[in-house]
Write a protein that binds this ligand. Structure first.
Ligand code: COA
Length: 358
């Protein structure tokens, strides 16, 4: 899209929480970047439904706040927009373990005619002031590299991922193993609760090195269910098909995986794998591959595979002849984290997986 630049300075704008009309307008504007494969109207409708979800309306975590920056005197001349969502998080430092709030920042956007004049930067600084008042840290997932956000204190964190490809996989047919069953959205709550308890226990056992802080987002049902709802709306709008499987678990319920169907990027995106053995991961990944095949998707992707997840993926490659690729994600959704107040620090982001994505 070509657009004529409209000169503007920070004196010309107001940063504020969006009214419903401003919110809708900003979705219509940012749909140019994020609606596809949905139409703008379907994108707006999806965002409207998500804005009413338990995650977005939570009084406990603060819910999702939609911000806009508009020209003074014209509330509907949207210059930039962004949203921030409060989430339950864990922090472990020299003082031990504490729970607190952290923010996910999403949909950073400047209308094309106002770009390259410092508007997004100014808006992000105002947003930081608002978030710093009641949180431990904030994260965002950059599609524009790490330099711009780094300049505002959001430091890049690892973006390794593993892709399991359906094609060229040594002829192995994508079938769900018998010892694994698919999970529906309605079944997820108990797994999320178990997961929160286990992660809290694991974080509580950490003994950080001097000066180091470990942080994690809690994989709460509220957070995950927002992802499942988003998936449900997405596949219904694009494929006219109802969502059935949001994940899979081993028969004994001791290991599980959550995912969503990214029809735009042609992949089944894993939110989180909880397992104690590479063999369990191997079974869960086979279930994911079977689900990807049922939707005609090209691959299954999981972020920051480590420990048993890495070993399980390697089993798939070595024992089952599946094409598996480990790579750094350079161009999209690079996780970036900033401690409150922009404090310097050696931060380890535990369980930096897709479940925490905005
Ligand atoms: C990214 C965006 C919000 C920047 O808005 P802006 O008001 O022009 O930003 P500022 O004027 O404060 O800063 C401009 C800087 O942003 C960075 N930037 C913008 N687009 C970029 C891109 N595609 N890749 C890398 N850096 C980019 C650059 O550092 C740029 O500085 P430069 O012009 O000297 O290179 C705007 O271009 C936009 O809305 N893009 C489409 C949506 C999008 O990609 N949002 C970000 C999602 S993570």
């Amino acid at each position: 899209m070509t657009s004529v630049t409209k000169p503007i300075t920070t004196d010309d704008v107001v940063f504020t929480k969006a009214t419903p009309a401003q919110r809708e307008l900003s979705w219509r504007i940012n749909g140019a970047s994020w609606a596809k494969p949905l139409t703008i109207d379907a994108h707006v409708q999806r965002e409207e439904t998500l804005a009413a979800s338990a995650q977005a309306t939570s009084t406990e975590t603060g819910g999702r706040t939609y911000w806009v920056m508009h020209r003074k005197g014209d509330p509907l001349d949207i210059v930039s927009a962004v949203d921030s969502v409060g989430k339950a998080a864990l922090v472990v430092d020299g003082n031990g373990l504490r729970t607190g709030r952290a923010y996910g920042v999403g949909s950073v956007y400047t209308a094309p005619q106002y770009r390259k004049q410092g508007m997004a930067g100014f808006m992000l600084q105002r947003l930081q002031e608002a978030m710093d008042a009641d949180s431990e840290f904030s994260v965002l997932y950059s599609d524009i590299g790490t330099k711009f956000y780094g300049g505002f204190g959001w430091a890049a964190h690892p973006s390794l991922q593993v892709s399991v490809y359906l094609e060229g996989s040594g002829g192995a047919a994508p079938e769900k193993p018998e010892d694994v069953r698919f999970l529906s959205r309605g079944e997820m709550k108990e797994y999320c609760e178990k997961d929160v308890a286990e992660l809290t226990e694991r974080m509580g056992e950490l003994v950080p090195e001097e000066g180091r802080t470990h942080v994690a987002f809690l994989p709460t049902f509220e957070q995950l269910d927002w992802q499942f709802l988003r998936d449900e709306l997405h596949v219904r709008a694009v494929k006219g098909r109802e969502l059935e499987n949001c994940g899979a678990a081993t028969a004994d319920g001791s290991a599980w995986v959550y995912w969503h169907h990214d029809l735009g990027k042609n992949m089944l995106m894993v939110h989180r794998v909880v397992a104690r053995s590479p063999e369990a991961v191997r079974s869960l990944l086979w279930a994911a591959v079977a689900e990807a095949a049922a939707w005609g998707l090209e691959r299954v992707v999981a972020w920051n595979p480590e420990g048993v997840v890495e070993d399980g993926a390697r089993l798939l490659a070595e024992e089952d002849g599946v094409r598996v690729r480990f790579e750094f994600r350079e161009d999209s959704r690079r996780p970036c984290l900033r401690l409150k107040g922009g404090a310097d620090g050696d931060v380890v982001w535990e369980d930096n997986y897709f479940y925490a994505w905005c």
